[in-house]
Design a protein. Sequence first.
Length: 433
Amino acid sequence: MMYHSLNNNAPQVSFREAVVNGLAPDKGLYFPLEIKQLPDSFFEKIKDLDHTTIAFEAIKQFVGDDIPETDLKEIVREVLSFDFPLVEVEDGIHALELYHGPTLAFKDIGARFMARCLGYFNRNKETQEKVTVLVATSGDTGGAVANGFYNVNGVEVVILYPSGKVSDIQEKQLTTLGKNISAIEVDGTFDDCQAMVKKAFLDGDFEGKRTLTSANSINVARWLPQMFYYFFAYRALKTQGKQVIFSVPSGNFGNICAGMMAQKLGLPIHHFVTGTNANKIVPDYLKTGDYVPQPSVATISNAMDVGAPSNFIRIQKIYNNDLAELRSQLSGYSYSDHETREGMQYLFKHYEYIADPHGAIGYLALKEYLKDDPKVTGVFLETAHPVKFLDVIPENIVAHIQLPEAIKALLHKEKKAEKISTYQQLKNSLLAD
Ligand SMILES: *Cc1c(COP(=O)(O)O)cnc(C)c1O
């Protein structure tokens, strides 16, 4: 399988190079050159297949010869070592809970898959040639990346986070792993962390000493495995002949775009719905036809505070830059923080279902779409465990949220982080060992 750059000004590369490069040299996102539909027989027997088999069949054409099938199957098996419950919240409406992974975030899947692919590609390298994944986090992504790469051979991870600006749970997730994961606590904001990471990538002094790479969602190895969720939900649904709609709370639009890839593979998805917070560039585009990126606005669903969604260009590619075609496949709605809180209250009051702010937006968007098309089966993606957002979930609901065992154990572990405040300190630290 070859990939091309969506900026059309870079050489085609295989999966391996696309993963190692992250972004193409012309700064474009990589996209597969062709997408082969899976055979009908696969969908006919999907209810009898296990998660590993389904995921392996979905991903294998995108990996091609770069990882042998037995190794790829083992990678997929390791990545998927937890549950993906589909909970019927009300008649015909289901929550697909994607937060049962090690850091309680749906990003666990992509991070774990990417980590194992890089680990495979680096399997024979000497210690001094280790790849260093450098990431800045405002909270969630860092934990998923740290955990995903934990103990992976040949890869070191250095995570920068803003001191005092991540939750206690998130800080523990970043700072207690040890081994190949180190945390750097920056006296500054998330933007300061991000600026340091960008500077390091451009700094020639690391050449020959450390190979720096990033692990953000533009990487095909983090993006594509998100297709699995849609297959798993479809397998678990009792559709009784009804059409299936997916509602996806979106920020960078990587998750929903992976769903569209699943549809390209032949998964019978009737329509997509996206819910956003006040960062509503895509819903506005669907309404007006004008695509106008904006500076991001802070909301209580902060993992979706994105003003220029990086994966939108992939969605345009999937629908041939045809707005009418896109509108026939995707509806979009946006919600204020107030509406998001009301959504959480509604779900709790009527169905005793506790949603996090992101999942609540997925639910609200699905309900809005169903007003016009009630005879379908709807699935909204629950992208994070509510326990990670206690400070913004209404108090009457917080009292009912149970701390998962894995998190309880984490809270007793000792934090290890290096404190820095300047880029030079980061550089010294990276060049020291
Ligand atoms: C990252 C994230 C999202 C948004 O996913 P995209 O792929 O960026 O659209 C939604 N919810 C949570 C909890 C997230 O962490």
